[in-house]
Design a protein around this ligand. Structure first.
Ligand code: SAM
Length: 237
């Protein structure tokens, strides 16, 4: 049974514009001092980004490839993709996140004065449900964790409808072990537990993709001590 009504999105937006922004900006950064758990999550997340770039590059050069980074956060993926020559459209529900991503992109991406070299990503404040258009590739990393499967199904279908060639998703896998860890965590909520975390089973995600005529073409698993992510690439059948 689903325990949540319609309010997830507003709660998530509010969180990622305030305390969640402060927390995740630190974790996704490289310079801020973080504690041991946060350092472990930073490492796990950076591996997810790295593996995503690798999945994309396995299919050839990223030069000119159009990519939609849905729920871009501070730009951890958008920036390296742009540096590889991709034309990136990046959006996030949180205005604070988008502002930070924009700042970091300006600091890190060197564009040629004559219009040569990388293209600056285009950032916009937008929830993924209102995304429109068509992209070669749509990527959505570590966003589904904020939504129950009943909502995730629709989000997956919508993201697939925007992609011509492939969709890359990462989510916290609902395995027995991790489910148990999470339940233990809920019995003893710590101060950092500010939003609910939803786990997704790979089978449920696969079913949602099949319903809209897509299938999983690559699978990866990223685990550190405190970070677990299933990374999948899907393509139209
Ligand atoms: N994808 C980024 C990355 O991997 O570095 C950020 C991951 S962070 C855990 C989750 C992000 O999803 C936050 O920046 C949050 O604001 C965004 N988000 C949550 N719900 C969203 C929605 N419905 N539409 C767009 N962005 C959303």
């Amino acid at each position: 049974a689903e325990e949540v009504g319609g309010g997830d999105k507003e709660v998530v937006r509010e969180y990622f514009n305030n305390s969640g922004f402060q927390r995740w900006k630190k974790i996704y950064g490289v310079t801020d001092e973080v504690n041991r758990v946060q350092r472990d999550i930073r490492l796990g997340h950076s591996k997810t980004v790295e593996n995503t770039v690798k999945m994309l590059k396995d299919e050839g050069s990223l030069e000119g490839l159009t990519v939609c980074d849905a729920g871009c956060g501070t730009g951890s993926l958008s920036i390296p993709l742009a540096q590889e020559g991709a034309v990136v459209f990046a959006t996030d529900i949180s205005a604070a996140m988008v502002a930070e991503a924009q700042k970091q992109a300006k600091e890190q991406i060197v564009t040629g004065e004559d219009g040569s070299g990388p293209v600056m990503p285009k950032f916009e404040v937008k929830d993924l449900e209102s995304l429109e258009g068509k992209y070669d590739t749509v990527v959505c990393l570590d966003v589904l964790i904020h939504y129950p499967q009943s909502k995730a199904d629709g989000m997956i279908a919508h993201l697939a409808s925007l992609a011509n060639k492939r969709l890359i998703l990462s989510f916290a896998p609902k395995t027995f072990y991790y489910d148990l860890l999470k339940r233990v965590g809920e019995l003893f909520p710590g101060p950092s537990k500010a939003t609910r975390a939803y786990l997704h089973s790979e089978a449920d995600v696969e079913t949602a993709l099949h319903k809209v005529g897509w299938t999983i073409s690559k699978r990866g698993l990223i685990t550190t001590q405190f970070y677990f992510a299933r990374l999948i690439e899907a393509v139209p059948i």
